[in-house]
Design a protein. Structure first.
Length: 460
């Protein structure tokens, strides 16, 4: 774009090529020396609502000192007058171009890729249930099996009903160790390969998000490893203790007594969630205060520990930590669910739902909680009793906890379309948080940039 310059000698408006920015040229009309400023200076002046900068306006015509005459002083003309030396003029200040290090649009909106992860879940929930249940498919598998396999299978089922055998013994007696229509046999490790492939996709997603510099990929991987191992073990320990406390009654005394009743309440919530006879409200309370509370706290624990002390973590870094922790939890859960409930029983679609859609949901919920933890970090950066810490931890995961509990309740009650709606709301809640914080960052960066630009123009 041509740069407009006004000659200080003849007052003509001239146009110069972009390539002449910063150079001194002569006015074609009167010969006055002009300094061509950068086009960005004019844009900055408009934003700052100031007069054009010195580097954009034409510099005043310099007064030339007379060159020493080679004629001896006696022969100089009496008319020749000495011209005084001009005062020293400051050099034009070099102002940096009007550019900012804005996040590329593709990176700003990369979180929308998570919407694609909902496709397997949408297909599964809206497609409907299988026409035949597990018992019917088991009988069909036995009928199609050879006579010897039928005999072994019926014997294994009889032992299972008497409490002598296990479900794995029944599958061992079946041909291929699976039901008709199942994707994988019961005794397989192939589901690990599926989960590792899904993990690769999520690692690539986190790597792309981390290119902005808010978090290091190796820290995200270590965090995910922590949640997928220690976090899962901690959750299973709480579930085990909660189950063992059911039916036990003690008088609460001191810290141990209070913890006992908290764990017992969690165990009751798990039972309320699993009981098919319970209505919607009791199931929702059970899933929210049981599954939702324990899992969301487990996933958010590393981020809460991170913010026990003030640090230079940005909200985007906390968000990436939440995504990594949630995704790792979902991947570990996928392996457990596949080995316990899916292998030898379900078709291929359940593996896509569990390893992609459910992992993304866990990542969404924990990412939202991590942003809240960052914004409310002052709650954890002070001395407090353990019960205050627990209450504040529950407060920062409250929204994901409720969404998690509602989603599981709707699935239990076979309200599949509404469950899919909760999954969509979970993403929109995260997108709203990101959009609001991006807008605040953009406004602050814009103001800081203009202030810095003005200071540099003034040479400060």
């Amino acid at each position: 774009m041509p740069i407009t310059v006004i000659c200080s000698g003849c007052k003509k408006r001239l146009k110069a090529k972009d390539s002449l920015a910063g150079r001194t040229v002569a006015c074609p009309g009167c010969g006055t020396k002009l300094t061509i400023g950068a086009a960005d200076d004019l844009a900055a002046d408009l934003l700052l609502d100031t007069k054009p900068s010195q580097s954009t306006e034409a510099a005043p015509a310099p007064v030339r000192e007379p060159e020493p005459d080679r004629v001896p002083p006696k022969s100089r003309s009496p008319r020749a007058a000495k011209t005084p030396a001009p005062p020293h003029l400051p050099a034009p200040i070099s102002v940096p171009p009007l550019t900012t290090h804005e996040t590329p649009p593709w990176l700003r909106h990369l979180h929308w890729v998570l919407v694609l992860s909902m496709i397997p879940l949408a297909f599964s929930l809206l497609h409907g249930r299988e026409d035949k249940d597990v018992a019917e498919r088991l009988l069909e598998t036995i009928e199609q099996a050879p006579a010897e396999a039928q005999k072994r299978a019926m014997h294994a089922i009889a032992d299972l009903e008497e409490g002598k055998g296990s479900l794995d013994d029944v599958f061992d007696a079946l041909p291929d160790h699976k039901l008709v229509g199942a994707f994988l046999p019961r005794d397989t490790w192939a589901h690990w390969l599926i989960t590792f492939a899904a993990a690769g996709l999520f690692v690539a997603f986190l790597f792309a998000l981390s290119t902005e510099g808010s978090a290091q990929l190796r820290h995200l991987l270590l965090l995910g490893l922590f949640t997928a191992t220690i976090g899962i073990v901690l959750l299973l320990a709480v579930q085990f203790v909660a189950a063992k406390t059911q039916g036990v009654f003690i008088i609460p005394r001191g810290l141990i007594g209070i913890l006992f009743w908290i764990v017992q309440a969690i165990g009751f919530s798990y039972r309320a969630a699993a009981d098919p006879q319970n209505g919607f409200f009791l199931s929702f309370i059970g899933f929210t205060l049981g599954v939702g509370l324990c899992e969301e706290l487990c996933k958010a624990l590393p981020i809460i520990i991170k913010y026990r002390e003030p640090n230079d973590q940005t909200w985007l870094g906390a968000y990436l930590w939440g995504l990594a922790s949630g995704a790792a939890f979902g991947l570990a859960e996928a392996i457990i669910y596949a080995s316990d409930f899916y292998n030898g029983i379900h078709g291929a679609s359940i593996y896509f739902v569990r390893n992609i859609s459910c992992v993304a949901l866990h990542a969404l919920w924990t990412g939202s909680a991590a942003i809240t933890i960052h914004r409310r970090q002052h709650l954890f950066q002070q001395e407090m009793a353990w019960h205050d810490w627990l209450v504040r931890s529950i407060a920062v995961v409250a929204v994901p906890m409720v969404l998690h509990g509602l989603y599981d309740t709707l699935l239990k009650k076979e309200m599949n379309a509404l469950a899919l709606g909760v999954a969509v709301v979970s993403f929109l809640y995260l997108a709203f948080q990101i959009s609001r914080l991006r807008g605040s960052d953009d406004q602050a960066a814009h103001e800081d940039f203009l202030k810095s630009y003005q200071r540099r123009r003034l040479g400060q």
